[in-house]
Structure formats: structure tokens, C-alpha cells
Design a binder for this molecule. Structure first.
Ligand SMILES: O=P(O)(O)O[C@@H]1[C@@H](OP(=O)(O)O)[C@H](OP(=O)(O)O)[C@H](O)[C@H](OP(=O)(O)O)[C@H]1OP(=O)(O)O
Ligand SMILES: Nc1ncnc2c1ncn2[C@@H]1O[C@H](COP(=O)(O)OP(=O)(O)OP(=O)(O)O)[C@@H](O)[C@H]1O
Length: 411
């Protein structure tokens, strides 16, 4: 056991911060996803909590415990993504009654369509830096950034069409490194956000530390003095937000991060879910259904996997092609990790709306490991998406500029 790992582990097993010493009302509901709820600290100044968020797991979801989540990020994800684009997380102690009060207090702030509640039985949660405490921050959940071999339409565009979403956002534009295509992607994200599709979660705007809707946007920008008095039209605000975001994503650091995310998603996807299912059949010869009896990887297994993956990446040696259990396990872990990167979000702190030159900050969040039991769900989901999409008469052609030649692993 390395010294760094041992000290991380000790801190995780014995979180020193007891959050129940703060008032539950000091934690303001900020946002949520399918598996967690996130609260911002708004209580009396306290250096342990100022500018921090608390992330709490939901019940009825297969979320790993906080210690495993943190170790997965500090020991595994940090080998693949530069630390400057990751949040530092810290475990904190919780109690049933404290969580119960937080749950009651936040009920009216949550979107009606979101299911699940705080898991009251959790004894620890985690703190992370508040990435939306600056005047303006944007969250983009970019989703799958590459075209699967043999496909003409990307997974996101097929999926949104099947869900009846009206959006022209295509992740391949966002990841293209082409300024004009990236700008189109940002306009598309912004426009579907202003169209008010509540369940579309690819774009969120935070102003003054809170989530805003299209209706709040102008008044809040004015109230916080973030808008020149000459700006009166919503369309002008659209130009300012997209322009500022565009400038921020065109900075070398942002472009490199987008390339890294694209390459991780693409290379870890490996043989794809169909390829994985057929590899499974070759190994088990019909004796086990896809994913049956499979165990969540341990931290050590993840470490070995990442080492092997990085070796293959740097030497361009492809993984062993024999259909044996070891190779199958490698491909499964690879796919599982790709699922994490396909579902993460990018948080961008914008300096302001009127100056596009100041440095912004770009961070990846939601890099938890996915439950291995989802393999069968992913197979069925992808088959359904492709099946439903193939009956559509006017299929979209997404453009994937695969150019990995200039994109080296950062480490
Ligand atoms: O399957 P997808 O692509 O729809 O992704 C799910 C997301 O749906 P989305 O397409 O972003 O609306 C879904 O997001 P929402 O709950 O819709 O915001 C979750 O992120 C889900 O992962 P988890 O349950 O939090 O581990 C995601 O599930 P996984 O595919 O990561 O298992
Ligand atoms: N460090 C942070 N600072 C500010 N806001 C955050 C932070 N971490 C998460 N959030 C907000 O909370 C939301 C939920 O967090 P997160 O994406 O980690 O949860 P999740 O349940 O795993 O999401 P999903 O269902 O999309 O996988 C994010 O979409 C974001 O809006």
C-alpha cells in the first residue's frame, strides 16, 4: 500500500468533519442528477464550508459509498485526467435526523420530475469546491463525443430523436475543435435550454450561485450588475453567453480537455456494447447470460486496468484478442469506465459576459464508477435506440473528425 493511498484511506475511514454541527438550513439546494443531490453552503462564514457544496446520494440508486467514490477519483480517474480539471473531494459525517431535516427543507426546491430522495441511512457524504459560486458558471453534459464504427448518426442524436427532444445539439460539433461547429453546438445547447425542455439536462446556467431559468435570466443579470445597460433584448444576452462560453472553450486548456475526454470515451468504448456481448458469448458459450454473476471491480482491479490501458495507449499495442475470461474482463472494465466519461459534466466558470479574454476555469464532475450490473441495460437500451432510429426516414449525418494523431495522453 503506497503512503499516499494509505493516508487517503485513513482520512476516508475517519472523516474529521462533522457536518451535523452546521444547521441544515445553511445548506441550500443547488442541483441534482439521477443519483445525487447537491447543496451549497450559505451559513455563517466558516472556512471549512465556505465556497463548498455537499453531495448526497439518493436512495434506490446503486451509488457506491462515499469512500469508494472518492478513492475511485483520487486513485483511478486522476491517472487519466489532469488534476487541475478535477475537484478535490472530502468525506464528511452525517446523521439520519440531520439528513431528514435537509430533505424536508429542500423538497419544494426540487424539480417535480426528479425521483428519489436523500438516502437518510448514509453516514457520510462529501464536500467539494462550489464550482458555481462565481458570478456566471455553465454546466454542459456533453454525452457521447464520437461516432461508432459503421454508424452515420451519433448516439446522442439518435437517443434525443427517440426521446422526442427537439434539439440541434450534436456532441460531435462540440468536440470538433472547429470554432464554427463548436459555436453551433453552443447555440444549440442554449436554444434548447431557452425552449424550456425541463428534462433536457445538457445545459445549465448558474448565476450568482444559483440555477437560473430562461425567465430569470435578464432580471438576475441586471440585478447583479452583470449586464451593460445597453443590453435590452434576450437575443443579445444569447450572443453574450454563447460568445463568452465559446471564447472560454477555445482556450488551449479547454480544447485539450475536450480532446482528452473525447479520446477517453472513444478508446475505452473499445469493442462497444454489442462487441462486448458477442465476446461474452464466445467466452461463456451460452452458459451465462450477458452480465450474469459479474462483480463490481475492486480498487486494485481498477488500478491494474488503468496501468494496462495506459501502456497500450502509449505503445499503440492493441489488447490481446483471444476470447478468454481475462480479456473479456479487461474489455468490460474498459466499457464501464467509458460509461463514466460518457455521462460526466463539464463545469465552466466564466469571468463575465463582456470580456472574453480573462481565463476561465474548466472542471469535470460526476466521474463516479458505474454499476457493472448495468451491462445488460446498456445493451438493451442501445439496441432499442438503434432499432427505433432506423425506422426514421430522414436520418442525420453526424461528422466525426477523428484525428488522434496530435492528441497524446497528457501523462
Ligand atoms: O443512459 P443515458 O445515456 O440516458 O444516461 C443516463 C443519464 O440520462 P441522460 O441521457 O443524460 O438524460 C441520466 O441522467 P438524468 O438522470 O437524465 O439527468 C443519469 O446520468 C444516468 O446515470 P446515473 O443513473 O446517474 O448513474 C445515465 O445512465 P448511464 O447510461 O450512465 O447508466
Ligand atoms: N462541485 C460542484 N459545484 C457546483 N455544482 C455541482 C458540483 N457538483 C455537482 N454539482 C451540480 O449537481 C448536479 C448533480 O451532480 P452530479 O452530476 O455529480 O450527480 P449525478 O446524480 O451523478 O448526475 P447524473 O444523473 O447526471 O449522472 C450537477 O449536474 C451539477 O449541476
Amino acid at each position: 500500500m503506497g503512503a499516499k493511498w494509505a493516508s487517503t484511506f485513513r482520512r476516508l475511514m475517519h472523516p474529521s468533519l462533522d457536518i451535523t454541527t452546521t444547521s441544515p438550513s445553511s445548506w441550500k439546494y443547488l442541483s441534482e442528477g439521477g443519483a445525487t443531490l447537491v447543496f451549497a453552503y450559505t451559513g455563517p462564514s466558516d472556512e471549512r464550508f465556505d465556497q463548498r457544496v455537499l453531495r448526497l446520494g439518493k436512495n434506490f440508486t446503486a451509488v457506491e459509498d462515499e469512500k469508494s467514490i472518492i478513492l475511485f477519483q483520487t486513485e483511478i480517474i486522476s491517472c487519466l485526467v489532469p488534476q487541475k480539471h478535477l475537484v478535490h473531494m472530502e468525506a464528511v459525517m452525517l446523521s439520519f435526523s440531520w439528513l431528514e431535516t435537509v430533505s424536508t427543507l429542500c423538497a419544494s426546491s426540487r424539480p417535480a420530475w426528479r425521483t428519489g430522495d436523500i438516502d437518510l441511512k448514509c453516514t457520510s457524504g462529501f464536500l467539494a469546491p462550489n464550482l458555481v459560486s462565481s458570478p456566471i458558471s455553465v454546466e454542459i453534459k456533453p454525452k457521447w463525443s464520437f461516432l461508432r464504427p459503421g454508424m452515420r448518426t451519433c448516439r446522442f442524436c439518435m437517443h434525443s430523436s427517440c426521446r422526442g427532444w427537439t434539439t440541434s445539439y450534436c456532441p460531435l460539433d462540440l468536440f470538433s475543435s472547429s470554432p464554427s461547429r463548436m459555436k453551433n453546438a453552443l447555440y444549440a445547447l442554449y436554444d434548447s435550454w431557452t425552449a424550456g425542455a425541463a428534462t433536457q439536462n445538457n445545459f445549465r446556467l448558474f448565476i450568482g450561485g444559483g440555477l437560473v431559468t430562461r425567465n430569470d435570466l435578464l432580471p438576475i443579470l441586471r440585478r447583479l450588475g452583470l449586464l451593460h445597460s445597453s443590453i435590452a433584448e434576450e437575443n443579445e444576452v444569447r450572443e453574450l453567453v454563447v460568445g463568452s462560453l465559446h471564447a472560454s472553450l477555445l482556450q488551449p486548456e479547454s480544447l485539450t480537455l475536450l480532446k482528452t475526454l473525447n479520446r477517453l470515451q472513444r478508446t475505452l468504448d473499445g469493442v462497444g456494447i454489442e462487441g462486448l456481448a458477442s465476446l461474452w458469448d464466445k467466452v461463456y458459450l451460452g452458459k451465462k447470460t450477458f452480465g450474469e454473476g459479474i462483480l463490481q471491480p475492486t480498487l486494485n482491479e481498477w488500478k491494474s486496468f488503468v496501468n494496462e490501458y495506459l501502456e497500450h495507449q502509449n505503445s499503440s499495442v492493441s489488447s490481446q484478442a483471444q476470447p478468454d475470461e481475462v480479456h473479456l474482463r479487461y474489455c468490460i472494465l474498459s466499457y464501464l469506465l467509458s460509461a463514466t466519461f460518457k455521462d460526466c459534466s463539464i463545469m465552466i466558470k466564466l469571468p463575465d459576459l463582456h470580456h472574453n479574454y480573462s481565463p476561465s476555469q474548466i472542471t469535470l464532475i460526476d466521474l463516479d464508477s458505474k454499476p457493472i450490473q448495468r451491462l445488460q441495460k446498456w445493451l438493451e437500451q442501445d439496441r432499442n435506440i438503434v432499432y427505433e432510429y432506423t425506422v426514421i426516414s430522414r436520418q442525420k449525418e453526424c461528422v466525426d473528425d477523428l484525428d488522434m494523431s496530435t492528441d497524446r495522453l497528457y501523462n
